[in-house]
Design a protein around this ligand. Sequence first.
Ligand code: UDP
Ligand code: MG
Length: 320
Amino acid sequence: MNGPVFLSVVVPMYNEEEVIETTYRRLVSALDPIGETYELVFVNDGSRDSTDKIVRRLGAEDARVKLVDFSRNFGHQIAVTAGMDYSSGRVVVLIDADLQDPPELIPEMIARWREGYDVVYGRRIARRGETWFKKVTAATFYRLLRSMTSVNIPVDTGDFRLMDRKVCDALGSMREQSRFIRGMVSWAGFKQTSVEYVRDERFAGETKYPLRKMIRLSLDAITSFSTKPLKFAGILGFVMSAVGFVYLLVVVYQRLFTDTTQPGWSSMVVISLLFHGITLSLLGVLGEYIGRIYEEAKGRPLYLVADKLNLGETASDRTG
Ligand code: UDP
Ligand code: MG
């Protein structure tokens, strides 16, 4: 029952009771025609609804359904990581639970893998049914990230992708807390290609990525793959000091050699506010990095598993 399979599909879930059964059915009807063995590794990321009960029911009838049940909500990227840890397939596909990414694309991804590619990622040529705010912030973010990092992270791709076992193992060996899987896959290298698709509307329910989580993911992405914000802090500090020095010369000259009176107060207030503002924001930038260094230094496991279904005890007990 737990022997190696050809394909593992990893599905992270957070409060997805409205979609998960449909997702299971669409996956099965997309994967059965391929004629290869497969497993569906569902990861319950601390859902507070009946997501896990539905998966347990499916798993009781279908041994290909596996469940990793977290002790609480650890976040999407961590859930995907756990799914990869527990998967045994020759190839591994990451897909969202909400059917925004079509399972019908998986056979095409496998075809590209057979051509010799190790990573096949889905590239969204259009996003349907998402607010303009989400589209604009997403597009800006991908381009900002691209301009800041030396790792070549493809724009407009999500986590919907196929990976060869060796890529999956490489990622599994990277145990950092701030995880931005798309970036880590690019960093890992290997032969990569893309297939294009139109991103659908969420099948049911609402997004599990509120602005707060989006900001966190963006900051994780930037801090994990770029130190440019730190360098920017240095450059800005240098420029401001230069400007300040020139102004100092002007002030001294005026004081000694002219009668220009210096009313002074307003300009002092403005300068002081401006400089304090800049200093504090730059401390904030430092804080983003230091906070993450601290998280990593604690060396805690990435996640805790409360329960498992259809997964052998020995198969994968690498804790988080
Ligand atoms: N998800 C998760 N943990 C979280 C938030 C989201 O496992 O804390 C899952 C969610 O169930 C879905 C996927 O991550 O399968 C993507 O989330 P969502 O569709 O809400 O994000 P969006 O498509 O709106 O960016
Ligand atoms: Mg979605």
